[in-house]
Structure formats: structure tokens, C-alpha cells
Design a protein around this ligand. Structure first.
Ligand code: SF4
Ligand code: SF4
Length: 419
């Protein structure tokens, strides 16, 4: 097919959004900073994920029961997970095509789904320009950060958790989309109180919303695309973020940490065959930083994070983490909803103010000052909850009614897994 380049197309695609976060100043490397034996890594079954296993009762009856209510037990996270759930069916087909509807907005005519436009749009052959355009589109949709990589086949799940069917996905590229969980709220909470799940699901639903629209847009341009978000993934997200230059592996475990957001984000992905130039992985010194820090391991309420050195797991390098303990805390939290204590205490969880930009640059570029930075973080009390900024209501739905949460008589923080 002949592709027409609009005369001013390249210029219109040139913005680098450096006003948001200066991703262009990050050191780019050919390989991620942790070992990834890509020829050997085995695909995994989504049904082995911690939440799914909790729902199946593998961690005991009490956690199985709690699994059904652990997000909607707070009214705000309940509203957010409902919206995220509504996006679960929007991942790979538009709900309607306005061309085929009988109103200008297409709302009254939900025509049969047509997944991909029959004819490809006249686009540029320049994959760099298309990558910039797709990033700009994601930023227009309010993404906080976007990166692109080729889709590694090993990131595709073997089976989906919803229907247990084998997953087939052969797209060539993956677009990672990050959404901040909100610094102001992160500075107010203690890591595992009643707003924690709302922070997660704010980012899950927002990133899912952006991914669904972006995938639909690409399909309307005539290329296959699928959104992957918390309510409907077909891919394992962390390696995609790693390869797309959106962060490095951190001590929290199977978590990628971003130099400007820390671990305070959730991500969605769009996979596609639209030709896009890939980004490179980044190196901002996090492997050395996590070696020196260890605050997440120290403060994790369920001791799910390792204090030890990295291990090899399924042919990739990571810090060990105990999925069962972490799931038990997030599902079975008796004094809040969910958990993000590791996010709360991490020194990279910061706002991006002029002063902290300088600190951020120093931590990325001067290894000898990292211990001082970690110490100063405690001195300035960054890991502590700031009660003056608390805005949410502590509420818990019990037997259908909302009530002010009461501490359990045993003062138990979370339900321990049983076998
Ligand atoms: Fe630990 Fe909570 Fe982080 Fe899980 S979410 S690793 S329980 S601090
Ligand atoms: Fe790494 Fe420290 Fe953050 Fe943990 S708290 S992820 S050790 S920087």
C-alpha cells in the first residue's frame, strides 16, 4: 500500500514532552541493568498469580472469602474497580463505529464489532515519527509516561485466568503506559490504610482507559492492536516496562521502578503491529541504590521483601519476594484496604519539584552520595504519613452497610495465609 506523508507530519510529531518528565536526559543502554536470558525465559500461566490463587482458596478459606471484598469494601476503591471492570471487555474491539451509526455520535446504534479498519490510513513510513505520534496521543489522553519496545514472546501468558484458555498473541510491538498514583495522597497515607486500594485502582482504571482508547485508535488506522490492563491482561507487564525504558527492576520484587515516579504508578500496555521505533532500556543507578537502601524490606508489614542479594528466577534476575505473604497483606488487610507500604517508604517516591529535581539528578549520577540521600530521606520524614494532607474518609462496607472501621480485637494487621 502507498502511504502518503502529510506535508507537516514530521513537525507535528516532533514534541518530546520534556516539560512533563525529562525522559530524554536518562542514560540509555542496550541491555537492561538486570540479567534477562531472553532465549530461555519460560512463558507463565496467569492463573499462578497471587490474587487468582487467593480467590481459588490456595491461601486458606479466610483469604478466599476476603478476596471477594478486599477492593469494594471501601466505597471509593469499589467505584474505581467497577469502572476498571467495565473496561475489561473493551480491549480488542471498538464498541461501535460512528460511520455505521444512525446518529452523529453513534450512541444509539451499537453496530456489530469491526475490529480493524478495512483499509490502512495514509501514514508515514517513518517508524520514529509514528512512535512520537503514538506517545503524543497517549499524553493527550493524560498518560504520565510512555515507552515502546518490541514485544518479547515470553511475556505473553500461556493461559488466561478468566477462561483458562491458551493465549495467542503475536503482535510485534508493545506500548507501556504509566499513571501516577498521586503524590499528595501518597504523602498523606501510611502505606496500608483505607485509601491504598483506591490509589492502585485510580491508576489501573486510568491507564486501562487510555490503553483501550489508544488500541481502538490504532485499529481505526488499520492495524491490529489490543489493550492490556488490570482487568484483562494477556502479557506480563514488568519486562515490557524494563525494555521500553520506563524503569529498572527494584528490590520490591517483580516490580519496575521509574526514576521520576518511583514505584508509585500502575501500568497498562497496548500491543500492536503498527510499525513503531522502540526505545532503549535505562540505567539510573537503581541496582546500586537498592543494594544500599532496603527500606521497603525493612517496612513491609508482611516481610514479603528480601533483604538479601538478587537471585535468578526463570532465567531473569530479580530480588526475591514472597508472593503469598504480599497477597495475604493486600487481600487480608484488617486495618485498611490493600497495601502500598513499599511505595510509601521508597526514597524514589517523591514529587518532582525544582529542589527534588536536583536531588533526583544527584541520586542518578553520583553513587557516592546515595547513602547520604537515603539517610536524609529519613531525616526529612518522607516515609511518614502527613496527617495534614489526609482528605479521604475511613469507611468500610460490612454486611452491605458502610461503617467507621473498627480495629479487630486481636489488633491483627492482616490475615495470615493457611495451608
Ligand atoms: Fe509488602 Fe505491602 Fe509491598 Fe506487598 S504491597 S511487598 S505487603 S509493602
Ligand atoms: Fe529500592 Fe529502597 Fe525503593 Fe526498596 S525502598 S525499591 S530498596 S530504593
Amino acid at each position: 500500500m502507498t502511504r502518503i506523508i502529510n506535508s507537516d507530519y514530521r513537525d507535528r510529531c516532533r514534541s518530546d514532552r520534556s516539560d512533563l518528565y525529562p525522559v530524554h536526559v536518562l542514560k540509555r543502554v542496550d541491555r537492561p541493568t538486570t540479567i534477562l536470558n531472553e532465549d530461555e525465559i519460560q512463558r507463565v500461566d496467569e492463573r499462578r498469580g497471587g490474587f487468582h490463587r487467593a480467590g481459588l482458596g490456595e491461601f486458606g478459606e479466610r483469604l478466599q472469602k476476603e478476596y471477594k471484598r478486599f477492593v469494594p469494601k471501601h466505597p471509593l476503591s469499589g467505584a474505581l474497580v467497577t469502572m476498571a471492570g467495565a473496561l475489561g471487555n473493551m480491549v480488542d474491539a471498538p464498541a461501535f463505529s460512528s460511520d455505521e451509526s444512525d446518529t452523529p455520535w453513534g450512541v444509539s446504534s451499537w453496530t456489530p464489532m469491526k475490529s480493524i479498519a478495512e483499509h490502512q490510513a495514509p501514514l508515514t513510513d517513518d517508524s520514529e515519527a509514528m512512535a512520537r505520534h503514538i506517545k503524543e496521543t497517549a499524553y493527550f489522553l493524560r498518560a504520565d509516561m510512555v515507552g515502546i519496545c518490541e514485544l518479547p514472546p515470553y511475556t505473553v501468558y500461556t493461559h488466561g485466568k478468566h477462561d483458562g484458555k491458551p493465549v495467542e498473541l503475536n503482535h510485534k510491538y508493545a506500548i507501556g503506559i504509566l499513571i501516577d498514583q498521586d503524590w499528595r495522597t501518597a504523602s498523606a497515607f501510611n502505606g496500608h490504610d483505607w485509601i491504598s486500594n483506591s490509589m492502585s485502582f485510580l491508576s489501573y482504571s486510568s491507564s486501562g482507559f487510555i490503553a483501550c482508547i489508544l488500541a481502538d485508535y490504532i485499529r481505526r488506522l488499520g492495524y491490529p492492536a489490543r489493550a492490556h490492563h488490570a482487568m484483562n491482561y494477556q502479557v506480563v507487564v514488568p519486562p515490557i516496562l524494563l525494555l521500553a525504558g520506563l524503569g529498572e527492576m527494584c528490590r520490591i520484587g517483580d516490580v519496575v521502578l521509574n526514576p521520576f515516579l518511583g514505584p508509585r504508578f500502575k501500568a497498562a500496555v497496548v500491543t500492536t503491529d503498527l510499525p513503531l521505533a522502540a526505545d532503549k532500556p535505562i540505567d539510573f543507578g537503581l541496582q546500586d541504590f537498592c543494594d544500599k537502601c532496603g527500606k521497603c524490606a525493612e517496612h513491609c508489614p508482611s516481610q514479603a521483601i528480601s533483604h538479601k542479594d538478587k537471585i535468578m528466577y526463570n532465567y531473569y534476575q530479580k530480588w526475591d519476594n514472597n508472593v503469598e505473604k504480599c497477597t495475604a497483606m493486600r487481600v487480608g488487610n484488617q486495618q485498611g484496604s490493600g497495601c502500598g507500604t513499599c511505595i510509601k517508604v521508597c526514597p524514589w517516591n517523591k514529587p518532582y519539584t525544582p529542589f527534588l529535581r536536583t536531588v533526583n539528578w544527584t541520586m542518578r549520577n553520583i553513587p557516592s552520595l546515595r547513602r547520604v540521600g537515603i539517610w536524609a530521606d529519613d531525616v526529612f520524614g518522607y516515609g511518614k504519613p502527613n496527617d495534614n494532607l489526609k482528605w479521604w474518609l475511613d469507611l468500610e462496607r460490612v454486611n452491605g452497610d458502610l461503617q467507621v472501621p473498627r480495629r479487630s480485637k486481636s489488633n491483627q494487621l492482616f490475615i495470615e495465609p493457611e495451608h
